[in-house]
Ligand binder design. Structure first.
Ligand SMILES: CC(=O)SCCNC(=O)CCNC(=O)[C@H](O)C(C)(C)COP(=O)(O)OP(=O)(O)OC[C@H]1O[C@@H](n2cnc3c(N)ncnc32)[C@H](O)[C@@H]1OP(=O)(O)O
Length: 204
């Protein structure tokens, strides 16, 4: 089971490590910084995006390991259009309800919990020890950072970044492209594109 990861970043290393623990047997990175960048931690970087596109048939799965939400989403969609078999990577010690859905090209790291009837779009990151409670709706390209807690029935728009340790009250709707600062407590709906910080969270 050979996995290609586009994006030889620190985040990419966590994707690689998670994938190996989830049963993938070999990981190869690709990054547009190649050939200057030949290694990412324990793994080799074999080429750039063009090389990956020409070698897709060699891989049982492909996933994008780029932290920037819009870039990760765009690259994921480009790979899908090119016929890549997009992998969804879930750590064996994450807890995901059998009634939850996780979109293609998304990753769920160690200690994360995704509860019943939550739906996640493609190319999302559910980072270490984050929790997404029941009936949440997450659009594509969202990063739920380590230690975030989303209560039940929370809606999050495309390409949002929910910063480390943030909490979101039940039934809150967060618009597309929103950034929630580290440690924020979101208790009201947030319109598209806003950056909010603090307890309670307010526009920056
Ligand atoms: C595995 C991983 O590493 S995953 C990555 C995890 N990282 C994160 O979650 C980071 C989240 N990012 C943040 O919280 C950032 O601070 C942001 C995006 C909210 C703001 O970043 P910037 O636009 O660069 O803001 P900047 O640092 O210039 O701060 C602007 C003001 O907001 C304040 N501020 C910034 N972030 C926060 C925050 N999280 N909570 C409260 N206040 C904040 C600053 O103190 C500053 O206030 P001042 O003008 O009174 O001095």
């Amino acid at each position: 089971m050979k996995l290609a990861i586009l994006g030889a970043s620190g985040h990419g290393k966590v994707v690689a490590d998670t994938a190996l623990q989830a049963g993938w047997t070999e990981v190869v990175f690709y990054d547009d910084a190649w050939p200057e960048l030949e290694e990412n931690g324990a793994w080799s970087v074999a080429g750039d995006t063009a090389a990956l596109l020409s070698q897709l048939a060699e891989f049982e799965g492909v996933v994008v390991g780029i932290g920037n939400n819009r870039t990760r989403l765009a690259k994921t969609r480009k790979l899908a259009c090119a016929g890549a078999r997009l992998a969804t990577i879930v750590h064996p010690r994450a807890v995901v309800s059998s009634q939850a859905n996780i979109g293609r090209g998304s990753v769920v790291f160690a200690g994360a919990v995704i509860q019943v009837d939550s739906q996640l779009g493609e190319a999302c990151i559910v980072n270490t020890n984050a929790s997404i409670d029941h009936d949440c709706q997450l659009a594509p390209g969202i990063h739920v950072c380590p230690g975030v807690n989303l209560a039940g029935l929370v809606t999050v728009g495309e390409a949002c970044w929910i910063g480390i340790g943030a909490s979101v009250k039940q039934q809150v709707r967060i618009g597309a492209g929103v950034t929630v600062g580290a440690g924020a407590a979101v208790i009201r709906d947030i319109p598209d594109g806003e950056v909010v910080v603090g307890v309670p969270a307010r526009a920056l």
